[in-house]
Ligand binder design. Structure first.
Ligand SMILES: NC(=O)c1ccc[n+]([C@@H]2O[C@H](COP(=O)([O-])OP(=O)(O)OC[C@H]3O[C@@H](n4cnc5c(N)ncnc54)[C@H](OP(=O)(O)O)[C@@H]3O)[C@@H](O)[C@H]2O)c1
Length: 298
């Protein structure tokens, strides 16, 4: 029986999950110690109760969702494991980050060794449209318990009974959207530099209308999220390597997104800019940023 959900942390995805769960009658808690002013603001917006420690979150929660950034997923798993061991409560932890199956298996190990239960989860869909098309895929023996969230506004689906399946699924999915995004930015910046932006968009619309729509929809929101997405591509590269394959596109996309994230930060690109720029303005802003801060890496 689910009553209280812990969310680590209420960033863009976390606070939107909180809004849906609260709307459907669940309590949502977190611990904001050490978090940025942005997360504090989003926690308030999502109506998430701030508890003094992770220990208190474990005590209060029936299920804890980790929605951080890929690089923080394992450290957060370790901190939760410590809290679980001290409370001695077999709470269910769901890592819903875009991480490799190996990272998910590592989190499973620390959480279950501490006495907790673990489910591998990935989210496909936008944080702003959770109730309109986003799906939470789960795998592992505790996946059925996670399915309980479908009674509280989220769409859930079991992928299999092994830890790592949901994360691997997300890796392959994310590789397409992030790979296509980074290639599109590179091509459109080239077209802008050549004075051919409008012409190439028109040609893309004729030849590949779905890809042209994808560019218009996805690229204006990309800059602010580029750093997190570059971490997803690092996790994808590790996933591909673990299978004995040789990743080429994933690391290249990761590098391009990392550079875009640095450019976004150095040009003071603020989150509220998103949704206010169209594709052309976004590419123009990136073009000007690159002119002021040229890429010296090879
Ligand atoms: N946004 C989406 O539409 C979307 C869609 C599908 C999947 N996801 C997945 O959801 C996860 C979160 O994405 P997001 O868009 O919500 O990112 P975000 O807005 O950057 O939020 C990340 C949150 O994690 C917190 N955090 C970072 N390091 C932490 C740590 N060591 N301990 C505790 N909290 C930490 C951040 O706090 P600070 O502000 O203090 O750094 C922030 O609140 C990602 O793994 C992503 O792949 C997101």
């Amino acid at each position: 029986m689910l009553k209280t959900i812990g969310i680590i942390s209420p960033g863009e995805m976390g606070h939107n999950i909180a809004l849906v769960l609260k709307k459907h009658g669940l309590e949502v808690v977190t611990c904001l110690r050490g978090r940025s002013p942005r997360t504090l603001r989003l926690a308030k917006k999502g109506g998430v109760a701030d508890l003094p420690s992770l220990r208190a979150v474990v005590e209060a929660s029936d299920l804890i969702l980790s929605v951080v950034v890929p690089s923080a997923a394992l450290p957060v798993g370790r901190s939760l494991a410590k809290a679980i061991a001290s409370v001695k409560k077999p709470v269910l932890v769901a890592d819903a980050n875009a991480i490799s199956p190996m990272t998910s298996i590592a989190i499973d190990k620390v959480v279950t060794a501490a006495g907790g239960k673990y489910v591998d989860v990935c989210i496909i869909g936008s944080a702003q449209r959770l109730e309109k098309g986003a799906t939470f895929y789960a795998s592992g023996e505790s996946a059925e318990k996670f399915m309980g969230l479908q009674d509280f506004g989220l769409t859930t689906k079991v992928l299999g009974n092994q830890i790592g399946q949901a994360s691997a699924f997300k890796m392959v999915y994310a590789g397409l959207t992030k790979g296509l995004s980074s290639l599109s930015v590179e091509l459109l910046l080239t077209a802008r530099s050549l004075g051919l932006f409008d012409q190439i968009i028109e040609r893309y619309r004729l030849s590949y209308p779905e890809i042209a729509d994808f560019m218009s929809r996805m690229l204006p929101d990309l800059p602010w999220r580029a750093t997190r997405r570059s971490q997803e591509m690092e996790e994808l590269s590790a996933t591909i390597k673990s299978l004995g394959l040789h990743p080429v596109m994933a690391p290249a996309s990761g590098k391009a997104l990392k550079r875009l994230g640095e450019l976004t930060r150095s040009s003071g690109w603020q989150e509220p800019d998103e949704g206010q720029l169209n594709l052309k303005d976004t590419i123009e802003k990136l073009y000007k940023g690159l002119k002021e801060s040229p890429d010296k890496s090879s």
